[in-house]
Write a protein that binds this ligand. Sequence first.
Ligand SMILES: Cc1cc2nc3c(=O)[nH]c(=O)nc-3n(C[C@H](O)[C@H](O)[C@H](O)COP(=O)(O)OP(=O)(O)OC[C@H]3O[C@@H](n4cnc5c(N)ncnc54)[C@H](O)[C@@H]3O)c2cc1C
Length: 433
Amino acid sequence: MISRSLVRLQQKHVVVGGGIAGLTTAFNLLAQSCEDLVTLVEKAPDVAQGASSKNGGLLCPSLDYPWTNNSVVDIYDLNNGILPRAITSPKTSPVRFRPSSLTNTSVLDFGMNWVGRAQNSEPIGALMQYSMGLYKNEPQFAGLDFDQGLAKGTLIDGNLDERDSSGDIKKFCIGLKDILLKEHGGVGGRFRILTNKRIGKAVTEGDEVVELRVRDENLGTMSSVVGDSFVVAAGTGSKGIVGDIGVACPTVPVKGYLLTFSSTTEVTCNMKLPNKMFVAPMGVDEEDGKFIYRCSGLAEFGGAEMGVDWEGKERIVGDTDRAALDQMRGVVCEDFADVQVIDEDYGFRCLAPDDVPLIGRTKYQNLYLNTGHGSKGWTMGAGSGKLCAQLILGMQTDLDPSWYDPLRFQARKDFGLLGGGAEFGQKAKLQNA
Ligand SMILES: Cc1cc2nc3c(=O)[nH]c(=O)nc-3n(C[C@H](O)[C@H](O)[C@H](O)COP(=O)(O)OP(=O)(O)OC[C@H]3O[C@@H](n4cnc5c(N)ncnc54)[C@H](O)[C@@H]3O)c2cc1C
């Protein structure tokens, strides 16, 4: 019998999404195969424009517990009354529900899939450790300048966890894109990036996806991209792409806030502050010598009124954002001296009901997901991409893939709430796509 690897022909892989998940998947598809062609499709003008454009900066394997976990229910803090606080005093709670979350079908779909979910830390912990090993040891990553390791550990409740570190996700993604283009791009190369191209509908035949419909964001023209395998790694946009073809991806966008500031206080580790906020060191201001930090936190559920991702020109939308960022600044000022705000922003975590990413094959035999990384996708990113690529290429995987199997939600898909629309806040669905 001839082994699969001997008869394998050149494959064409299409990866949707130029965030950490899509880029690391593309990187590994190219690295693990000698001939295969990879096309990465991104709706924004460049890669790293979604959650991977700016985040808390924590590479944090100590935070391996899912948001469903009892020990984290901490995040809802039932014992301390935080869940009620989310309702009775939303302005001070780390978890918030905008009124629209009560009627938003994506949130309801998420909620119904959330009920009764397993709560163990193993899947996230294993993926984080795997990933941290790759950030450290993968030769190509070692050459990237992404401010890795400005933080030595994370200080939580007085204890320092030495496993943790920090790094700039955007620098990593841009650096990785440059490597991919340099090594595999150009005429006759195996890699290309299509930017300003928004994927709408997937076209299926039997149990296969045969093409994805693409809209050029500048010209408004429609076209298609064909392939042998398709990976949807589009963060909060993933559900909108696969929902219409009956693939269960019950993720929701959960808004988080980001405050970048300078201070004369020097801290060389990540810190957990009150109200579930975290701070990571980001470097030193060359002009005044002050230390730069990023604070991240708060988890807000809602709909379109929460704002948009990279397309938002005006990033701070209304009183709710203002209040959240002011609250964050207040918390920061308790531990840091001479705080000067450099930048205020927000992002959307793509959260799965069990807070475990969806990595692997869907009900279509050539359609894969690599999404739902919630609040930990930077820490898990390198590992997610490698695992996804190994699955697509039919290789032995380094991790048990069953933990991340997207089909775990498929059995519960018939809530009737599956359709697209998770890509909120803008031209969510392609007309005529
Ligand atoms: C406030 C905040 C703080 C965080 N802090 C941390 C942290 O400290 N540590 C940590 O480990 N993780 C953190 N995270 C999580 C981490 O940033 C994310 O999990 C990770 O960046 C997700 O990467 P991704 O590639 O899955 O998604 P994204 O980075 O969102 O990439 C998806 C890409 O797909 C594109 N796209 C979407 N729809 C389409 C479409 N239809 N067609 C074509 N392209 C499309 C988007 O434009 C985007 O570029 C944080 C997240 C947030 C929001």
